[in-house]
Design a protein around this ligand. Structure first.
Ligand code: AMP
Length: 323
């Protein structure tokens, strides 16, 4: 048995769900929309060069995507829109429409791509990005996560310090791996170890699954194990449990946090700042990848180290006194 209640041996034991016709259709719609958008200039691909940054203290290597031209794009766009802002998701750009996921959600291509096939799971009606995910949100994002043939990462930036830019509720999905040849996410080993320890100590094992925190990471995080066979309501239930733990850490309303999930695990990270120096961080930072807009940002993260950057924008563990 590889259910939620079994004794964990390794987090990498992936539970496979059979690909359904709907998933195949969703994936084709992403590829078709992306191809047409690229050909016709409906979406903007940011050229990046990939660099790696290792921290031997936790034995993790993160991916730096250096995009020197990015300053001209979303930032210029938002400047232009100052005073005349309009919701980009209502109405959405029909050229970026991939498919309807349900009665309540639509799948759009991200207009400003850093990686191909970057999509947004968007509510059809206006809902606030600061509201918790509902089961209909989870249903739509869980279906999207599973349609990417080589795996995907979904992320949600919620609250003023989370790194979000749009107020209309949307969850983003990018394909894995994060970089060519990278067999797993940068913090995956740390999560796996934390999961095994929690389960062995009997601490994290609850009826609903195994909850754990990766204490080797210097920012507060709450995680749980998922598998591809879980139902929407199980995933939603786990999310609510992580959100409750996260809310206890943040003395602010609205709460700022990032949520990351693959079909194998989910992690919530409370936030206290949007940026560390010039480096602005959204959920992807906690997945182990940073989009850097200038040489200044590159030097900053190389000098301070990515773990310190994440601790500044996340929350330090209480015992570490923020140092
Ligand atoms: P966030 O910054 O987390 O709020 O995510 C908003 C995302 O929407 C960003 O990744 C933008 O690139 C993307 N975006 C902005 N404008 C549009 C648009 N008109 N259509 C589709 N995606 C957009």
């Amino acid at each position: 048995m590889d259910g939620l209640h079994s004794h964990p041996r390794t987090m990498r034991r992936v539970v496979m769900a059979r690909t359904t016709a709907k998933q195949t259709h969703t994936w084709r719609s992403i590829v078709d929309t992306y191809t047409k958008a690229e050909r016709n200039g409906w979406a903007y691909k940011t050229d990046t060069k990939t660099e790696f940054l290792r921290d031997p203290t936790v034995d993790a290597t993160v991916v730096l995507r250096v995009a020197t031209a990015l300053r001209d794009k979303p930032k210029a766009e938002s400047k232009k829109q100052e005073g005349s802002w309009r919701n980009p998701f209502l109405p959405y750009d029909e050229n970026l429409w991939c498919c309807d996921l349900s009665d309540t959600h639509v799948l759009l291509l991200n207009k400003f791509n850093v990686v191909p096939h970057h999509t947004l799971v968007v509510t059809k009606e206006f809902k606030s990005q600061e509201d918790p995910l509902e089961s209909t949100d989870v249903e739509a994002l869980w279906a999207t996560l599973q349609c990417y043939p080589s795996g995907a990462l979904a992320f949600f930036n919620s609250g003023p310090h989370s790194g979000k830019s749009q107020p209309h509720k949307h969850v983003q999905v990018i394909p894995l791996p994060l970089a060519e040849g990278m067999s797993q996410l940068p913090f995956q080993n740390l999560l796996e170890q934390a999961w095994i320890e929690a389960a062995n100590e009997g601490e994290g094992a609850h009826e609903d699954g195994v909850f754990f925190t990766a204490k080797a990471l210097p920012f507060v995080n709450f995680a749980c194990k998922l598998n591809a066979l879980m139902s929407t309501s199980q995933v939603h239930h786990q999310y609510r449990a992580l959100l409750d733990k996260t809310a206890l850490q943040v003395d602010a309303n609205p709460l700022s946090y990032n949520l990351l999930l693959t079909t194998e695990w989910m992690m919530a990270v409370p936030r206290r700042q949007e940026s560390a120096g010039p480096v602005s961080v959204n959920a992807l930072g906690f997945a182990g990848t940073f989009l850097l807009r200038s040489e200044e940002e590159i030097s900053y993260i190389r000098n301070l180290g990515f773990l310190a950057v994440l601790q500044v924008v996340g929350m330090p563990w209480p015992s570490s006194n923020g140092k």
